[in-house]
Design a protein around this ligand. Structure first.
Ligand code: SAH
Ligand code: SF4
Length: 339
């Protein structure tokens, strides 16, 4: 529940700060049982218990990579499971959350696609993933000095823009200063490019930063690799990107998965540079993370470097270091693998 919803389920006549008290108890003091919110009158606790459920996802399994990455398999109330990843990094860790169980978008290079879609997640289940992983890693230690700052990326299982209302609600809950107190600048959402939803996202008052999975330099190749783009054309996508209302501090991010011998030539790089040239953006290159059922190969490091060099002449361009490859935690590998 957002704070505004919580206020409405409180018994009539209760002061407005009660809702904030509940938020502080749940998100900052990490209380997981209403009975333990000792500064809350009994009648309020009873009413809340009658109208709402409290709970986090439950740990099913946790996998540890040699590079420090942790992949969590978390169980939801209906028994479905979802994956969340923690990527430790110096003074700024990143939590990668899922927006759906599986994914309905059929990208040919992605293992999550092989699951199909089981269902979308609720806002509570998205927030719950962040809280579970944050608690497990001591990221929300209020009172013990400063809270460790971390980033959230909505780049786990699923297409977040096909679950936009719940995703936006989760972002609002996470950004509430009475609760976790995240900021929009530290949350990034990645999409395969659902054009009307990009426009809708741009209108949201509280919204994460936006990353677009470009993944091809021509319409034909993009349709081959990402069949959903037969509906959402590259030309229209680039137009939506140019029209996207970036905030003064914000750059659009483009992601590009490099598939050896398929979309990784210097000509591809030149076309990518041309596509994004007049957009305030940066490009992240991701060399394919391989896996069973994926019919592509990882390009040689020299190929990736050459691609980067060309794009870099036009816009900032980075190579995304794979995290947790050995435990199937890297981009495109989330498929509830039990290795
Ligand atoms: N569904 C959203 C967010 C999750 S995927 C999206 O597609 O944008 C996050 C990123 O991983 C995307 O940029 C996607 O293109 C990339 N990706 C998918 N499969 C991959 C693989 N096998 N290797 C490397 N990156 C991959
Ligand atoms: Fe879904 Fe993203 Fe994987 Fe495509 S790359 S199948 S949109 S999770």
């Amino acid at each position: 529940m957002e704070l505004s919803e919580l206020r409405q389920v409180l018994p009539a006549g209760e002061p407005a700060y009660r809702a904030e008290q509940v938020y502080r108890a749940l998100y900052q003091q990490k209380i997981q049982d209403l009975v333990q919110i000792s500064n809350l009158p009994g009648r309020v606790r009873l009413e809340l218990a009658a109208q709402a459920e409290l709970g986090l996802p439950v740990l099913d399994r946790r996998f540890e990579s040699t590079d420090g990455t942790r992949r969590y398999l978390l169980s939801l109330a209906d028994g479905k499971t979802v994956e969340t990843v923690l990527m430790p990094e110096g003074d700024r860790d990143t939590v990668c959350v899922s927006s759906q169980v599986g994914c309905p978008v059929d990208c040919k290079f992605c293992m999550t696609a092989l699951m199909g879609l089981e269902r979308s997640l609720t806002a509570g289940e998205i927030v719950g993933q962040v809280l579970f992983v944050a608690h497990d890693n001591g990221l929300l230690e209020y009172g013990a000095g400063e809270t460790r700052r971390f980033n959230i990326v909505m780049m786990g299982m699923g297409e977040p823009l096909l679950n936009l209302p719940n995703v936006l609600k989760a972002v609002r809950i996470l950004c509430d200063p009475h609760g976790v107190g995240m900021t929009e600048r530290r949350i990034t959402l990645s999409t395969s490019g659902i054009i009307p939803k990009i426009e809708e996202l741009g209108k949201a008052e509280v919204r994460p930063k936006l990353a677009i999975s470009l993944n091809a330099s021509t319409e034909e190749m993009r349709q081959q690799l990402m069949p959903i783009t037969k509906k959402w054309h590259l030309k229209d996508l680039m137009e939506a990107c140019r029209a996207y209302p970036l905030r003064p501090w914000e750059k659009l991010m483009f992601e590009y998965v490099l598939l050896g011998g398929v979309n990784d030539t210097d000509d591809d790089a030149r076309r990518v540079a041309k596509l994004v040239a007049n957009i305030n953006c940066k490009v992240n290159l991701i060399a394919l993370n391989p896996g069973p059922g994926i019919p592509y190969e990882t390009p040689a490091p020299e190929r990736v470097a050459s691609f980067q060099e060309i794009v870099r002449r036009t816009v900032p361009c980075f190579i995304r270091r794979p995290r947790g490859l050995d435990i199937f935690a890297a981009c495109g590998q989330l498929k509830r693998n039990n290795a």
